[in-house]
Design a protein around this ligand. Structure first.
Ligand code: C2E
Ligand code: MG
Ligand code: MG
Ligand code: MG
Length: 279
């Protein structure tokens, strides 16, 4: 309920808005100590190649388990962390933990898989990012060919030239770059052409809509053709039903991630599915 938004930009604070602001402030305060108190953990969601039914990789998904509040979804706390410098520290923790875990699985003799890690805009804007990622790889001894970094179109569009250079540096290191939630902030094709990316991830809303909504179907068809034309890898996210799987397979989209196969798994369960794959 904006009252008078003139010179004195003032907004009426309704009770529900007030409650939300207070909750966010409280969460942000808790966030400051979450790292040192070990309240973060990663879940790992398998990515499956439906031609072989094998797991080719995991996406690392951050979880915050607060002693009083319980699990707080990333959609709620990551935007808050992004408003502070915290996201950079949390981001590095995610990278280290994900790379160390992936290497530990390899050392146990489990089938080697890739690990996809989400980057936030604040991380991408940090001029030390490439150096930090390179240090994490050295420290954890994970081969760079197993690391995949996910950024959204939106992030890449912010400062094109700068981002193109950062991505080129990642490629030089041998890291895979994926555009996450592809199609949601649809960027110009000319822009896309400049981006040194390896893979596109079809955004979940299109996957959920494609069987009933002709527009979503058209968008999916276009994304698949685009990925083939640009010679990029492709994965669909949010696949929940057999019908969705068949639809994608019929269009030569063979890599999927979604509840139909696996939810994001705690570390021991992720290890178990790798072990089962080995046998
Ligand atoms: P995202 O990177 O697009 O991750 C996919 C989200 O879809 C995850 O939600 C996952 O749990 C959910 N998902 C996967 N399969 C299905 C499905 O079949 N059905 C449905 N309904 N959902 C599915 P989650 O874990 O809540 O993460 C939400 C977002 O938070 C992520 O979206 C990502 O943008 C962000 N995020 C998560 N972890 C990190 C992190 O370590 N760093 C940063 N910067 N962002 C992260
Ligand atoms: Mg992602
Ligand atoms: Mg995302
Ligand atoms: Mg996504």
């Amino acid at each position: 309920q904006a009252k008078k938004r003139g010179r004195n930009q003032y907004i009426m604070c309704t009770p529900s808005l007030r409650a939300l602001l207070e909750e966010n402030l409280r969460l942000t305060n808790y966030l400051y100590t979450a790292l040192e108190n070990d309240e973060f953990l990663l879940h790992y969601q398998p990515q499956v190649d439906i031609r072989s039914d094998k797991i080719t990789g995991f996406e690392a998904l951050l979880r915050w388990n607060h002693p009083e509040l319980g699990f707080i979804p990333p959609g709620k706390f990551i935007p808050l962390a992004e408003q502070t410098a915290l996201i950079r520290h949390i981001g590095i923790w995610v990278l280290k933990t994900a790379c160390a875990q992936t290497k530990a699985w390899q050392d146990k003799g489990l089938p080697p898989v890739k690990i996809a890690v989400n980057l936030s805009l604040a991380q991408l804007e940090n001029p030390n990012l490439v150096q930090q990622v390179s240090e994490v790889l050295t420290e954890t001894q994970l081969d760079s060919s197993y690391l995949e970094l996910e950024i959204t179109e939106n992030m890449a569009m912010k400062e094109t030239d700068y981002v193109v250079n950062v991505l080129k540096d990642f490629k030089k290191l041998g890291i895979t770059i994926t555009i996450d939630d592809f199609g949601t902030d649809f960027s110009s094709l000319n822009f896309l052409k400049q981006l040194p990316i390896d893979k596109m991830k079809i955004a979940m809303p299109f996957v959920h809509g494609m069987l009933n909504n002709p527009t979503d179907e058209a968008i999916i068809n276009m994304i698949i053709m685009l990925s083939q034309g640009l010679n990029l890898d492709l994965i669909a996210e949010g696949v929940e039903t057999h019908e969705q799987l068949l639809f994608l397979a019929a269009r030569d989209c063979h890599q999927v991630q979604g509840y139909y196969f696996f939810k994001p798994l705690p570390v021991l369960e992720a290890e178990k599915v790798l072990l089962e794959m080995k046998n």
